[in-house]
Design a protein around this ligand. Structure first.
Ligand SMILES: [Zn+2]
Length: 130
């Protein structure tokens, strides 16, 4: 199945875009193309998430993978968005001791890493305490 046309038309690089089922109104992130409840009767459409939520659990990473050494220690959290979906993301702009389960967070765009010394820099979403 190809990527639906609406998907390519949406500038989703700087937005948190999920999908919403027009039949049961469930919201999905990462985006899904088939609603697990409605199956083929569900019509999924793009949905812009507000980027706010709360921390439901987290772990502190002390040994970072290659290319991320300068960021350790850092916090990876499971975040429940206000719209319902859960996602895993880094919590930035804080020390690991500041993070508590239930804390409100908001999405920010940050540098994620770089491919080689002169390679492209990747940006993506992280969250910070709100
Ligand atoms: Zn549905």
């Amino acid at each position: 199945m190809g990527v639906p046309r609406f998907w390519r038309e949406i500038p989703n690089r700087y937005n948190l875009i999920g999908t919403r089922c027009g039949t049961c109104n469930k919201i999905f992130f990462p985006p899904r193309y088939i609603c697990p409840s409605c199956r083929r009767t569900g019509k999924l459409e793009p949905y812009k998430l507000g980027g706010k939520g709360k921390i439901v659990s987290y772990t502190v990473t002390y040994v970072a993978p290659n290319g991320f050494e300068d960021q350790a220690p850092y916090v990876m959290a499971i975040i429940e968005l206000d719209e319902g979906p859960k996602l895993t993301a880094q919590v930035t702009d804080c020390s690991p001791g500041q993070v508590r389960i239930g804390d409100r967070v908001e999405m920010v765009f940050r540098r994620m890493g770089q491919e080689g010394e002169d390679g492209p820099i990747y940006y993506g979403y992280k969250f910070r305490l709100a």
